[in-house]
Write a protein that binds this ligand. Structure first.
Ligand code: TXE
Length: 459
């Protein structure tokens, strides 16, 4: 008996569509098709693969409006954020197209009159891409664009919270010239994802929570399948004594609440030097009060509904736990009870400390805890008090001072006077519970290749 996904609008609770989920048998058939098709795809001239992804880029641009509207309808992402996401994927696609050929090229690191040493690069074969819902175009393209450019086939499982967008992505890639058997969507929930990774694969590329990532790594270890995990975070920011509190407040409010706080590299906790604490909190709260909460399809909306309904109670529990332990609830912090949508009033908690869940476990929603610190040493200790290692940032006027703090961070990315940003030029990686491996940058292209060393002695 086949199961179905019930796609629901998070802003209204209204059903959008039922989508049948893949079964074990259909996954087997798709995996077999991909294995056969990948051989010719890898042999295809570079130009064929490059032109298909360039056409995908062009289709994304041409159809940005309807794609953004579907994304907003299905995930509750404010339409302005959805347009920004679909519109910005081009930068990542262009980067991969401009750099993949060089990363793929053979190298001859050594040659003399008898020996030549050469390195060639092979694709991994068929890879599984298990993706997340919060930025389906970004986190998807980070994986399937370089995977396809380097000659791999992709079994792509969109999150159950962004299935319709995932189906659209597959349609665009196929219309762009990627063979249907080379990029195959596998539709369903976590159970379908668990069935998918049981197949023989050249690699598993996962974006999602730490808990699920750990389960996937355990499953993959039985077959020693290559695994890449882009997981959660508890990203800290520190407002130093020489920072401009008003500038820091605007930047960090956006970093904490953009995409309704549902970003892996969203600011999740803020430490403020005691000398600028009061002025920062005042400016921060004023900025957050200016964020309009409403219908995601309204261009003026900044805060939409949570994508996942079950997170309303999770966030309320973090607020209640903090207040019970002495935090001050300056604004928001509870669901909008009369709304049929998953609306959570944007919350700012002050007087926080590390006894509170809000300062330790990922919130992944419109909720932030702020803690006063006496100086850099205390800030560094608190920022490092976490199992995660995705990003960390500081606001200050003088870089040498900022660098002493950023050098101390054990994170894949660090920020000075900015936050919550990802660049195709730079490797995107997480340490500790934030993941394994790298996407973006040239590292994010090599992640889909395996080297072959050639030792050639002339007869
Ligand atoms: O993840 P889940 P969610 C993180 C973010 C947050 C989480 C939110 O920080 O922690 O993702 O996404 C499938 N075997 N990032 O709650 O539940 C599931 O169907 C195989 C970090 O959706 O882990 C979905 O497709 N698959 C990131 C996907 O895994 C399984 C950016 C993710 O689901 C499975 C975005 C199983 N046993 C979000 N169970 C970054 N660092 O860039 C579930 N799935």
């Amino acid at each position: 008996m086949s199961r179905s996904l019930n796609i629901v609008n998070p802003a209204t609770g209204a059903p959008i569509r039922k989508v049948p989920m893949d079964s074990s048998a259909s996954i087997d058939a798709k995996a077999a098709r991909a294995r056969r098709a990948q051989i010719d795809w890898a042999k295809a001239p570079w130009k064929v693969r490059r032109d298909a992804l360039a056409k995908f880029d062009a289709l994304l641009k041409a159809e940005k409006q309807p794609l953004a509207k579907l994304l907003s309808l299905e995930t509750g992402k404010p339409i302005s954020h959805a347009l920004a996401e679909v519109g910005s994927v081009t930068g990542r696609i262009r980067f991969f197209i401009d750099h993949a050929k060089r990363v793929l090229s053979e190298e001859t690191p050594y040659a003399d009159d008898s020996i030549t040493e050469r390195i060639s690069y092979d694709p991994l074969g068929v890879v599984a891409n298990i993706s997340a819902w919060n930025y389906p175009y970004f986190v998807g393209a980070n994986v399937f664009v370089p995977a396809l450019l380097t000659g791999n086939a992709v079994l792509y499982k969109p999150s159950e919270f962004s299935t319709l967008t995932g189906i659209k992505i597959a349609d665009l890639l196929h219309r762009a010239g990627v063979p249907k058997a080379v990029f195959i969507p596998v539709l369903g929930d976590g159970r379908v994802g668990a069935q998918l990774i049981e197949r023989p694969l050249g690699g598993i590329y996962f974006t999602g929570s730490y808990a699920t990532g750990a389960r996937i790594a355990a499953s993959a270890s039985k077959r020693l399948t290559r695994v890449q995990l882009e997981l959660g975070g508890k990203d800290p920011a520190y407002v130093m004594e020489d920072a401009d509190p008003a500038i820091a407040a605007v930047g960090l409010a956006d970093g904490a609440f953009y995409n309704t706080g549902q970003s892996c590299c969203a600011i999740e906790r803020i430490y403020v030097h005691k000398s600028v604490y009061a002025s920062f909190v005042e400016a921060f709260v004023e900025t957050v009060k200016g964020f309009k909460m409403g219908d995601p399809l309204d261009p003026a909306t900044y805060i939409g509904p949570l994508t996942r309904p079950q997170r309303l109670g999770f966030l309320e529990n973090q607020v209640q736990d903090a207040v019970r332990k002495g935090a001050s609830r300056v604004m928001g912090g509870r669901r909008v009870s009369k709304s049929p949508g998953n609306y959570f009033l944007p919350a700012v908690l002050t007087d926080c400390d590390h006894r509170m869940l809000v300062m330790r476990e990922e919130s992944f929603g419109p909720l932030i805890g702020i803690q006063k610190v006496s100086g850099d040493a205390e800030a560094i200790r608190l920022m490092k008090d976490t199992d995660y290692g995705l990003t960390a940032g500081v606001y200050s006027k003088h870089f040498p001072h900022a660098k002493t703090v950023l050098d101390a961070m054990d994170t894949g990315s660090v920020y000075w006077n900015c936050c919550d940003r990802v660049s195709p030029n730079l490797p995107w990686s997480g340490r500790g519970h934030s993941g394994i491996g790298c996407t973006l940058g040239v590292h994010g292209i090599s992640a889909f290749l395996q080297p072959k060393a050639w030792h050639l002695r002339r007869p």
